[in-house]
Design a protein around this ligand. Structure first.
Ligand code: NAD
Length: 477
């Protein structure tokens, strides 16, 4: 009697070798070359399948997000599954109209003629995603890649292993494996992937690895969208609605335990505003997460001990006003919401992106100094201002540079499928979300058409003398 077959593993072990990766990319290229991904109906069908997959795997995905980051189901719905579903819905409604060729006039020199911009797929694309919103930041770019008519390899973050495995299983079960593939793994697998030739790489994560990705991409002249981070400032103006500001800042900072690329990194205000804002910040922290945030279902955990140690190292206990290391628990990866006052610009906490639940409060003389401070640093992913004054809004709009600028709100703007999302300078390059995603994952190809006769361009052909030369001189003046 033969022994019974061992049960099939829930998730296929996907630790491929460099040869496997080369073969996989070859298969995806064959799919692209066969034209499978071009018809809009086929793209819409893959997007629908992804949406259904998200629904079918909802339980497993929520569990994975809880395991990796202590995310509650409600928060995961809001910031992960919901964002991807919204992105899919928006693409499904708009894709046909976005793909309609856009007319342009080629100008008098080429008359008579007609011009059209066609959005053509790029080919085989690679998405490399980070651990902090491990579902959203993996699948939202995949939506754009599919919508653009590309095949795609997705490499989720190994730092959120449960979510990585759950995504691999969702994609394998619901999407066409000749179109979308997941490669799980860390540096080794990503390095093997980067040795392959892609037609676009979208990477989300820190700028050090961003440089590695850009360098590898340059070998093949592969364009990159780099979604990086930075120290996103928040300035609270005198006369702003401090209650709304405190609510927005606490929510923006402590959602996902501060591990959000667009979290307000540090807060600037005049001493007078700071002293009035402080009690409101404390009150909002208590209101949102209770007297003991470690018991709140709405408060997340630091992803790993290594990250816990890094953020804990930025806390100066002497400057802690609330939270700090006293109630922190490394074993449980719990760091409480922490406010630090009396922070100087030279302090350790101001030398790198905090990416954790620590909010330093810094005194400035007014909006002019706040603008100067932002200008003195690297360009952040986003900047926040709470104000009632138009001139302060204008100063930030005109004089500072950041991926985006949000006035009187935090965080929520990045969930909008109609807002292009991305950084500038050290916070990244390129944008996606909604139409911007389609634009990133396609080539805008101008197609220009002239009737054969009259052959008006003869005027530019040599010999360029006499009447022709005179005519050209007139036209090109
Ligand atoms: P991470 O450690 O998960 O790394 C990101 C990806 O890079 C992973 O898939 C990882 O496998 C890969 N990687 C790591 N080392 C590599 C190497 N040597 N070679 C090739 N690939 C490598 O995530 P992280 O970098 O810690 O993410 C946090 C950073 O990302 C923060 O700076 C944050 O602001 C930024 N971020 C930006 C956005 C955005 O949309 N702009 C979103 C989230 C996070």
């Amino acid at each position: 009697m033969s022994s019974p077959e061992p049960p099939a593993p829930a998730v296929r072990a996907t630790r491929p070798t460099a040869d496997d990766i080369a073969a996989l990319v070859g298969e995806l290229r064959a799919t692209f070359e066969a034209g499978t991904t071009r018809p809009v109906a086929a793209r819409l069908a893959q997007l629908k399948a992804l949406s259904e997959g998200l629904r079918a795997h909802r339980g497993a995905l929520l569990e994975a997000l809880d395991t990796d980051l202590g995310k509650s189901a409600a928060e995961a719905q809001l910031t992960e599954l919901g964002v991807v579903q919204q992105e899919i819905g928006h693409h499904r409604r708009k894709l046909r109209s976005w793909l309609r060729p856009e007319r342009f006039s080629p100008g008098v020199m080429l008359a008579p003629s007609r011009g059209e911009i066609h959005r053509e797929p790029l080919g085989v694309t690679l998405v490399i995603s980070p651990w902090n919103y491990p579902l959203n930041l993996a699948l939202a770019p995949v939506v754009a890649a599919i919508a653009g008519g590309n095949t795609v390899v997705l490499k989720p973050s190994e730092v959120a292993p449960a979510t990585s495995a759950a995504i691999a299983s969702l994609v394998a079960e619901h999407l066409d494996p000749a179109w979308v593939r997941v490669v799980e793994g860390g540096v080794e697998e990503t390095t093997a992937l980067l040795a392959q030739r892609f037609d676009l790489i979208l990477y989300t994560g820190n700028a050090t690895v961003g440089r590695i990705v850009a360098r590898a991409a340059a070998e093949n002249l592969t364009p990159t969208v780099l979604e990086l981070g930075g120290k996103s400032p928040v300035f609270v103006d005198e006369g702003a609605d401090l209650e709304v500001a405190a609510r927005g800042i606490v929510w923006g900072k402590f959602t996902n335990a501060g591990q959000t690329c667009v979290a307000p990194d540090y807060l600037m205000a005049t001493p007078r505003t700071l002293s009035r804002l402080l009690p409101l910040l404390r009150r909002e922290i208590r209101r949102m997460y209770g007297a003991d945030p470690s018991r709140s279902r709405d408060y997340g955990r630091i992803v790993a001990a290594r990250h816990f140690d890094r953020v804990a190292g930025l806390i100066d206990e002497e400057k802690v006003l609330l939270g700090g290391l006293e109630t922190a628990d490394r074993g449980a990866r719990y760091l409480p919401p922490t406010l630090m006052t009396g922070v100087g610009w030279e302090d350790a906490v101001m030398q790198e992106e905090i990416f954790g639940p620590v909010l330093p409060l810094l005194e400035v003389a007014g909006p002019a100094e706040a603008v100067e401070r932002v200008r003195a640093g690297e360009k952040p992913l986003t900047a926040y201002v709470y104000t009632r004054r138009t001139e302060v809004e204008e100063a930030f709009t005109e004089l500072t540079s950041s991926g985006s600028l949000a006035i009187n709100l935090t965080l929520a703007h990045v969930g909008s499928p109609t807002m292009p999302f991305g950084g500038v300078g050290e916070s990244g390059m390129g944008q996606y979300h909604g139409r911007a995603g389609l634009e990133a994952f396609t080539h805008a190809k101008p197609v220009i058409r002239k009737p054969l006769r009259p052959d008006t361009l003869r005027v530019a052909h040599p010999p360029l003398r006499g009447l022709r030369a005179a005519l050209l001189r007139r036209m090109m003046r």
